[in-house]
Design a protein around this ligand. Structure first.
Ligand code: UD1
Ligand code: CA
Length: 465
């Protein structure tokens, strides 16, 4: 659809969330609710998107300002939150002279899709313009505005708090999504009062007003009730999040990803996963993570803002944050790849290994119980169990450089800054404080001494057994 302007209502406090965070910034699958709604408006083809902000305006402005939606998005301040009708009214100057229809979305209805907007637009066009609102029929309509009809003919919307018992029994509810002719919208809003149970200017009252002036008013029934669920409470936040997770899981499986148990797989909206990757239960892929093809990610792994190439195996319980695995790697079980960890093709990191700001070269192995930080490790290096790069003296961090084909024996410490030259060997249990030349043996430990018969003599002296 083209030739319309979008308004996103996002100024409310969200009292029922009982949160210090503005409601519309609560994340659903990794992105604030308002992000999903604005992205929908943009994807649906809005010429301009105005977000009405008020409660927590600074935080919402900061988020929107820092986010690229690929189209202009601006904010309109609603200093006092006097109701949804008032929220639209404050947009009037921003829409001055606007001849296009106005799409109104709620910042707390985050599952709305561009397809639904297109369907709404089609119903709107068929109905001859005017005002079209989205409605659904719910088993439990509690909390939503009810669609009041008289012999089938639309009359008005009544809010839960203003409804009579018989109106409350109505299961057809207002989704809070509208498409309206701009002139009709603002004309009707002028006639809306706040004489109701909540003392608010209800946007929903434009339905009655538009009907009163004989305008075309139509109801568009959304294909899926799930897509218009609103979030007013933490329980609804969990329901909406679960619904979005199901959609993401369906999209991934369509794209050739195996999810062993889709209901227990936590993939954020911004994540991409290649075909033939297998994701086990209890895996979390979040933020801007990308995963290549043919990977396997085992239970309890969490990957945040990271790039995982093709044919990577992430074993159980591994945490990967702002790291890069080029391809053919294995990590874990229980490995910790921290920001700046970069595994070149075929590099392997094993159990209880922590890597930070370090490149691990092609085919190199850090298989057991090591810490490698602020380091550059060449190709075909073997770092033995329990090796530590001592990168920090309490004030400054220093680099460790390990060149190609080095072998570091187990339980060694490399006190940075230090360089181990190509093909060198560090003897197990060494504390390396100076550079090791290429091809050399670096060893720093007391030579072994065996005292014959010592144990028997000691036991006699000690007495007892
Ligand atoms: C609203 C509708 C209700 C509908 C439901 C669907 C009204 C009066 N009621 O009820 O019919 O069934 O949505 O989810 O519109 N907001 C502002 N400024 C304000 C007040 C609210 O920007 O002064 C924003 C909120 O941030 C929120 C949206 O408008 O994103 C809806 O407000 P909310 O208070 O949640 O309305 P509901 O009671 O859910
Ligand atoms: Ca709401």
């Amino acid at each position: 659809m083209s030739g319309f302007v979008a308004l996103v209502l996002a100024a409310g406090k969200g009292t029922r969330m009982k949160s210090a965070l503005p409601k519309v910034l609560h994340p659903v699958c990794g992105l604030p609710m308002v992000h999903h709604v604005v992205a929908c408006a943009v994807a649906a083809g809005a010429d301009a998107t105005h977000v009405v902000i008020g409660h927590g305006a600074d935080a919402v402005t900061e988020y929107l300002g820092a986010t690229d939606f690929g189209a202009p998005v601006d904010t309109v301040i609603q200093a006092e939150q006097l109701g949804t009708g008032h929220a639209v009214q404050v947009c009037r100057p921003a829409l001055d002279g606007c001849a296009s229809p106005v799409l109104i979305l709620s910042g707390d209805v985050p599952l709305v899709t561009p397809e639904m907007v297109a369907e709404l637009a089609a119903t709107h066009a068929q109905g001859g313009g005017g005002l079209t609102l989205v409605a659904v029929t719910l088993d439990d309509p509690t909390g939503y505005g009810r669609v009041v009809r008289d012999g089938g003919a639309l009359r008005r919307i009544v809010e839960q708090k203003d409804a009579t018992p018989s109106e409350r029994a109505v299961r057809e509810v207002n989704a809070g999504i509208y498409l309206a002719d701009a002139a009709l919208l603002f004309r009707c809003l002028e006639r809306v009062s706040n004489d109701n149970a909540q003392g608010e200017y209800y946007l929903t009252d434009i339905v009655r007003e538009a009907l009163a002036e004989g305008a075309a008013v139509h109801v568009h029934h959304a294909a899926s009730a799930e897509l218009v669920m609103g979030v007013n409470s933490r329980a609804q936040l969990a329901q909406v999040s679960a619904a979005m997770r199901r959609h993401i899981a369906a999209r991934l499986m369509d794209a050739g990803v195996t999810l062993i148990d889709p209901d227990h797989t936590y993939v954020d909206a911004g994540v991409s996963v290649g075909p033939d990757t297998v994701i086990h239960p209890g895996v979390t892929l979040s933020g801007r993570t990308t995963v290549g093809t043919g990977c396997e990610i085992f239970p309890g792994a969490r990957v945040v803002d990271s790039v995982i190439g093709d044919h990577v195996v992430v074993k159980d319980g591994t945490l990967i944050t702002q790291a890069r695995l080029d391809g053919g790697n294995t990590a874990g079980p229980n490995a910790h790849l921290r920001p700046g960890a970069h595994l070149l093709p075929g590099a392997r990191v094993g159990n209880y290994v922590e890597i930070k700001k370090a490149v691990i070269g092609e085919g190199s192995k850090v298989n057991h119980l090591s810490y490698v930080g602020d380091a550059t490790v060449g190709a075909r290096v073997n770092i033995g169990a329990g090796t530590i790069t001592c990168n920090y003296d309490g004030a400054t961090k220093y680099q460790t450089i390990i060149e190609d084909d080095v072998f570091i024996g187990s339980d060694s410490q490399l006190v940075a800054p230090v360089r181990v030259g190509a093909g060198a060997l560090v003897a197990a249990g060494s504390t390396i404080t100076g550079d090791v030349p290429a091809g050399a043996l670096g060893i720093s430990r007391a030579e072994q001494r065996n005292v014959e018969g010592w144990v028997a003599r000691w036991k006699r002296k000690r007495g007892g057994k």
